[in-house]
Design a protein around this ligand. Structure first.
Ligand code: F6P
Length: 341
């Protein structure tokens, strides 16, 4: 078989580890051939491909980002997109695709499979918000980076008797905020799933100062005050209908300062959370996903996605994976709340 591989959506540490495992097992065990499509769905749409043999994947296990490039191209938003993909993959002699991506990329993979193009999916997102899999690779790395930042910010905040608001990624799901906040001993953690009362946040901050600690407030970019709305960087929508978030950290710091009279600063971690080498956990998970994805393609299990359930890698229908986002449940948030204030 000749298989096209692509990576779509926001990049994520571990993408290269998946590509390496797919090609190593695909060539070595099954004798398949590979083509790399550039920049997510833009690759098959515009027939932009590159060779993807054993030589092309040497030394990429530890490298962040993706050697194939990524984009948020949505072929179903482009006139004749489906037909163009169909024609291009036939012209390149490609029999099937392995698509590595989050809810948007995998949503397209599901539709393409329904439209007769064979695809196997691999879940990816630092946000860890994909249904049907316990964890996605990239999440552990993002949490580690955010936790290290919180540790460092804690010492400088203590020295200056300031409150520091740390804004982390997470549009609709607060997993990064929850885990890094717990690991870093945050004073308050704010997630998109639970609108927050700014008066209560200011109260926690005051209390922490009274205990002679500098408060660290970890906020997911999609968190909203009870009487407000998401803070947008720009209202412009991408091809999958997402707005660009950003600014809640700055808003919170100003509001905390106004309400408590204590100096407050905001730090936005942004894409630092997505860059650089994956942790050992993410390298292993990504490698296992890659090995199982090529098995699924070899078996012709089209329309499925590999997923982590407990410690096992299983196959689940793409439909199940993309049906709804995995958000932070109330009981998990309650565990963190014990440490607030
Ligand atoms: O979906 C992953 C993610 O990192 C989100 O947490 C974030 O909102 C978004 O991508 C930002 O993506 P970009 O700035 O690359 O468009």
């Amino acid at each position: 078989m000749r298989i096209g591989v692509l990576t779509g959506g926001g990049d994520c540490p571990g993408l290269n580890a998946v590509i390496r495992a797919v090609v190593r097992k695909g060539v070595g065990t099954y004798g398949h051939e590979f083509v790399g499509f550039r920049d997510g769905w833009r690759g098959p749409l515009e027939s932009d491909s590159r060779p993807l043999g054993l030589a092309d994947i040497e030394g990429i296990l530890t490298r962040g980002g993706t050697i194939l490039g990524s984009s948020r191209t949505n072929p179903y938003k482009i006139d004749g997109g489906l037909e163009r993909i169909r024609e291009n993959i036939v012209a390149l002699g490609v029999d099937a695709l392995i698509a590595i991506g989050g809810e948007d990329t995998l949503g397209v993979a599901k539709r393409l499979t329904d439209d007769g193009i064979p695809v196997v999916g691999v879940p990816k997102t630092i946000d860890n918000d994909l249904g049907a899999t316990d964890y996605t690779f990239g999440f552990d790395t993002a949490v580690m980076i955010a936790t290290e930042a919180i540790d460092r910010l804690q010492t400088t905040a203590e020295s200056h008797h300031r409150a520091v608001v740390v804004e982390v990624m997470g549009r609709h799901a607060g997993w990064i905020a929850l885990h890094s906040g717990l690991a870093g001993g945050a004073n308050v953690i704010l997630v998109p799933e639970r609108p927050f009362d700014i008066g209560q946040v200011a109260e926690h901050v005051r209390h922490r100062f009274e205990q002679q600690y500098a408060p660290i407030i970890v906020v997911a970019e999609g968190a909203v005050p009870t009487d407000g709305a998401e803070v947008l960087h720009s209202g412009e929508l991408d091809a999958f209908g997402h707005v660009r978030l950003g600014g809640i950290g700055q808003w919170l710091a100003a509001e905390i300062e106004r309400r408590t009279g204590r100096e407050s600063r905001a730090v936005v971690l942004g894409h630092v959370q997505r860059g650089g080498t994956p942790t050992a956990y993410d390298r292993v998970l990504a490698t296992r996903f890659g090995l199982h994805a090529i098995d699924a393609a070899h078996d012709g299990a089209w329309g499925t996605m590999v997923a982590l359930v407990g410690t096992d890698i299983v196959r689940v229908p793409l439909e199940e994976a993309t049906r709804e986002l995995k958000t932070v449940p109330a009981d998990r948030y309650a565990e963190a709340e014990v440490f607030f204030g």
